[in-house]
Design a protein around this ligand. Sequence first.
Ligand code: DGJ
Length: 674
Amino acid sequence: MLDARGGVPCVIHWGADLGELDDLALAALADAVVPAVPPSSVDVPLRFSLWPGLAEGWSGRPALAGHRQGVPAPALRLVALGDSWVRAKSADDSLELTTELELTPEGVLRIRHRLTNLGDTDFELSGLNMLLPIPEQASELLDFTGLWAHEREPQRGSLRHGVWSRESRHGRPGHDDAFLMMAGEPGFGFRRGRVWATHLAWSGDKQIWAERSALGYGALGAGELLEPGEIRLGPGDSYETPWLIAVFSDSGIDGLSDRLHPWIRSRSPLRLPRPVVLNTWEAVYFDHDFSVLGRLVDAAASVGVERFVLDDGWFTGRRDDKRALGDWYVDSSVWPDGLHPLISRVVSAGMEFGLWVEPEMISPDSDLARAHPSWMLDSSLTWRWQRVLDLNNPDAFAFVRDRLAALLSEYPIAYLKWDHNRDVLTPGATHRQTHALYRLLSELRASFPNVEIESCASGGARIDLGILDLVDRFWTSDTNDPLDRQKIQRWTSVLIPPEYLGGHLGAGAAHVTGRSSALGFRLATALFGSAGIEWNLNAASPSELAVIAEWIAEYKRLRPLLHTGVVVRADAADPANEVHGVVSQDRSSAVFALVALGTPRSALPPPVRFPGLDPNRVYTVRPIGTPPKMVQDAAPAWLSVGSVTLPGRVLSELGLPSPLLAPEQAILLSVDAS
Ligand code: DGJ
């Protein structure tokens, strides 16, 4: 809610729905919330503006920072106002700022600014941020950190006076991306507490922060992180920020997902059903051999896979990860007839074909780098022995676009796994590089509208709502270890609906951690997402293949629910035992997982509670899928019988006695209304 009656629009309220307010009530509210003037302060009431800054007495982090020949950006005054935008100009008419605001029917607020230099000299921009006020109850913060194969590690703390700022300088959000910054009532959980949250829809460098000021205000803010000199606006030039995505929930973290998921699903709709994928990376790595891969195609088809993806290793000279990025021609020494024989086998087995690429990169040891050394972005450091291709060089951009277009034209490729395996590390390059990436993706999508694209960045280092406008799937993490995956998927799906998040069944001993896990646990974990396989099925036993085939059949039956339903997570009294599930939009059916991550604190763990059901309907709960290993002399009564029928209210409030799962096991439960 904005009060735009003065020279500067003030944010009156961001949070709970205050009901219908007519113009009179709105005006009364706007007047009523004008605060007192404290001692030792500016002599006018300090209000939280849409562009907080020193000019209004706001001494916290400002919205706008920059200068013209050493003179800081002047104060802004409102000049025009539309239904979903406001416009301001500086007193000397040298800058114009337009702010767009949109509150979607799902309750997602989007804000972005556009700054135009109306002066006749350059304006050096150092920051243009979106800020929203948060109330005093929002005193506990939750955001994320992480590392390779351990993305989305939650971290909590209290918000005291000062700034808690998370900054990404990776040229991609990074494995430690703050992702979604939540400020909530102390102890807020999945199902309880008021929470205010922000995300920046941007795939480059950024800052996202929470601040509580001694002035009395709290704020959540975010913007692109700009290096000195990165944005110099010449006369007439404009800079547009990424969208800030802001959501409020009065029912905990799940309430945030309840707004975000329907909005994302309507904005970036996917073609359903999501195909079951087999990706070759952990099956063969760089060891491409048609006879091995051909058998893998047959095995994949026999268990019900629908999309076969050839990962890294197919292009000229790429026998390991030390060379050849940029040489996007099929390696004739490995594939003498191109990819045609493999793709024919895939297609005749009834599957689609997908191909791995890493278009933004270049290996110093590549024909491309030898021919065009200047196409590598400046950075003396290699990372995974590779450099970044300068997509702002029009020739480099055209080369990589045309190479991809040639491959997509020559072969029936349904899907690109688009990787990005290093930080950019070139000061001042990220803004332009990220926009060039968006342009590259847009141009390819325009030319090949039926090709789906997965955003992968050494696993999940580029999962954001900026790139989601241009891709269809995220590779959530390079770890297929189900124990890690449980956590990573749980937290990534707070923002991103599960059907956009790749989750694959890996080998018995996870390649990344070496930890061994039961097949049932791996299957139950990979079920909740865009499911696939990352395992050399040629090495699976007939009985394992039979279980996998059954699992895929079950997944195909469940995916209409899993990929359109409401994601729910119970607040766990014992972190060793977690419950999550998906409830259909009409609440007629649901699938839940009770997951034992470790050893429970007590002999009888807390009951399994089923959030999100209709309290007034009656449901039957029964186990499905591969039975887990249990460590109990006798199962709880309802499970011994095989099913139980009870009202939703009882299942949500009281729950059912928990079976005693062995550590690293999961039981799947279907819940169907009578
Ligand atoms: C990193 C990705 O995350 C992996 O899945 C795989 O595609 C490798 N790159 C290939 O180099």
